[in-house]
Ligand binder design. Structure first.
Ligand code: PMP
Length: 423
């Protein structure tokens, strides 16, 4: 097969059609955009990492062991008994009106004053990333992302053949000078920036939170340069020591599309997330949602709505925060106790993830098979970059294993690292 021609305006030639194999008789018939659809490094890891003897510090699965299943069960039973014909029917493409109202209550905790008409319910916030990219990005358009960034969003951007330009972040989040420089460089190259994708709170994978001062600076730059901000905030209510941070969207309604999710604060299995967007964008998102799914699932939306009505959901989130804080503490303590000198990491103030930087010369991806042999798994940093960077770093998740397993996992990881540095 001939290599694909470069996408006009993109910075590099289209990659080979990585999804195709000689065994695939459809190889010449797939759309060019499938070239960007490759299995994420995390998915490939799941099979090994889920073996019981392996301590997985790899996956970012929310820990739902504390959810009151009896309450959820009775809310769902009531839902079917009293509203079955609606819950089991198609619904509005924009999402259930009652749930959209409740979503505005959730967002108020982060200083957002929004109208339910501006909310579009999606199948998890993952679908919201997809819909926003679908309505904005043509092949070769630029999406600015933090370095590193969420692997699932990078996958969407790739699938729409957008060019990802990474912007440096530090312990206070996105670096404003680097953002301004990246915008200037992309504009000077004649390409079009469609939006800045940012995860301001308890970043996946970097664990950092954008400071208040940085939020103002990032918004200023984006206003001035007319760059739309896509604020992805699934972890905002999972801070360990403080009230929720004020969302970027709380201070800028026209230039921000905000994404939220019930996956981390209730249940990822419900697959309910949302986008809050300026009116015109909201309209386009609903059209995109209708063509993608007709409507988000009525049953899930009404089940989430019933849970929010019948349960002390804020009390539940508080319990989750305490559980995650205990796990964060266990991970940080274990890192301090076991990791070889020259490794560095941050201590996240919320969320699920710690970002570890390895001693020079160690490649986290190359080391992974040896770590799995030593019965511990992590995600190599390269998964979170669109451009091959990140080999000297890794993401560790503390959300799922018990504190004891976390400690044991870090002990095993430190053992592998020690052997690597001796090689
Ligand atoms: N954004 C970020 C930053 C995430 O970490 C995740 C889940 N890992 C998502 C979006 C997608 O979440 P969901 O579709 O379950 O709402």
């Amino acid at each position: 097969m001939e290599p694909q021609p470069p996408v006009p305006g993109s910075r590099s030639p289209a990659p080979p059609r990585a999804t195709s194999t000689r065994l695939d008789s459809y190889v010449d018939r797939y759309a060019a955009r499938t070239a960007g659809m490759t299995a994420s490094e995390i998915r490939a890891l799941f099979a090994v990492a889920s073996r019981p003897e392996v301590v997985s510090l790899a996956g970012g699965m929310p820990n739902i062991s504390g959810l009151p299943l009896d309450v959820v069960g009775s809310a769902i039973g009531d839902l079917i008994a009293h509203h079955g014909p609606v819950a089991l029917q198609y619904g509005s493409g924009q999402g259930d009106p009652r749930l959209r109202e409740q979503i505005t209550d959730v967002m108020r905790l982060e200083g957002i004053d929004a109208h339910p008409d501006d909310v579009v319910v999606t199948v998890g916030s993952q679908q919201a990333v997809d819909l926003v990219t679908r309505i904005f990005c043509d092949p070769g358009d630029v999406v600015l992302c933090e370095a590193p960034s969420y692997v699932g969003a990078l996958g969407v951007f790739k699938a729409f053949q957008a060019d990802v330009v990474h912007v440096e972040m530090d312990a206070d989040g996105l670096v404003p000078a680097a953002l301004a420089a990246a915008i200037a460089a992309v504009k000077a190259s004649g390409r079009t920036i469609k939006f800045l994708y940012t995860i301001p709170n308890f970043h996946n994978p970097a664990g950092v939170t954008m400071s208040i001062a940085r939020r103002a600076e990032v918004l200023d730059i984006c206003r001035r340069e007319e760059v739309l901000v896509l604020e992805d905030n699934p972890y905002g209510l999972l801070g360990f020591d403080s009230e929720p941070m004020r969302a970027l969207r709380a201070d800028e309604a026209e230039g921000v599309v905000y994404l939220g999710s019930f996956s981390k604060t209730f249940s990822p299995g419900m697959r309910v997330g949302w986008a809050l967007a300026p009116h015109a964008v909201r309209e386009k998102l609903v059209l995109a949602q209708e063509s993608a799914t007709l409507c988000p699932p009525s049953f899930s939306q009404m089940a989430v709505s019933a849970y929010l009505t019948q349960h002390d959901w804020q009390g539940q989130i508080k319990q989750m925060r305490e559980m995650y804080r205990e796990r964060r503490d266990a991970m940080i303590q274990a890192l301090e106790d076991f990791m070889p000198p020259a490794c560095t990491w941050n201590s996240p103030r919320g969320g699920f993830f710690v970002w570890v930087t390895l001693p020079p010369g160690i490649d986290a991806k190359a080391m992974l098979p040896r770590a799995v042999t030593a019965r511990v798994a992590y995600v190599p940093g390269t998964a979170f970059f669109a451009d091959g960077f990140g080999a000297g770093s890794m993401r560790l998740s503390f959300c799922f294993p018990t504190p004891e397993r976390i400690r044991e996992g870090v002990r095993r990881l430190a053992g592998v690292l020690e052997q690597e540095t001796e090689l």
